[in-house]
Design a protein. Sequence first.
Length: 319
Amino acid sequence: MTSKAVHPPTVLTEWLAAGDRGAELLADSVVIDRPWWSDQLAEHGLPGALIGDTISRTQLFGLADSALASPEGAINLLWNTIAFCHGRRWNENKRRMVAVATDRQRIGGLLQEAAQAGREDPAVAFDLLKPDRGSQEIDRLGPTGFTWFLYFAGAGAPRHPSQVLDGKIARTVRRAGWKRFSATNWNSQDYAAYTELVSRWRVECGADRNDVIVRGLYSVSPPADADYPWQAWQRETWQSDNWVNGPLAADDLRQIHHWMALIADAYPMSTAAADFARIGPIISKALDGDLGASPRVRPPRETYVDEDSYRYDSRYRAG
């Protein structure tokens, strides 16, 4: 399925309807460690100054025009953006500073050019910072980081095309039906198609802003392992009365029951026989007793008074 055939998931429309999402988004602010940033920028001889001890989303929008006007302004927006995203965590920001300081003129120019391009052509902006032929231009600044920069370079315009993309957002998009969209590794064409989808969903959902759609995609994101096939099967079937945990169809369960019954019949004292005594009835219930052609099975023997029962770790129990 292509991006053009995917429609907004119900969970997203429900999230949008549950509050004033635009007001919530514009009220965002983050506490940062400004002294640390000031010391590090000075140590690396880099331009830029953090807005304050707290950085708001709207304050970052205010830095956009200077980012388009000069390389220094673009670098300044980058540091404030990273600080906003990380809060009081430093992560690998020293390595990012070293990367910029080592090639400051070129990278500053790239950031400025990307900020300008991002207002009209997200694919061009993305390709400037992560060319298809190789890795990102700024060490330790991949798409999750630089799409935030491209977003803030839009100065808060409601229909700004270059929007944030990260793994959580991608999982929501994939869950909505665009299975071919990568969960982590994107190129400029992927990014362009994603931003077109966000704009289309804004219209379909009746939202005022593209970034509200993105905020929703992040907020309703499924768990990190939700793309595994067995998770999809589990989501579709778990409410059934005869539910059994696992990616197994009815024929799979019949086959398992058949072979476990054979082993239990041949080796009645084995741990496999004990497993079958526990799992067999569960499989039978899941199939409403329709087990197909079953092998000959001896009747269960009596348990002697002095016989210890088998004990198993709960991780191996069905259900």
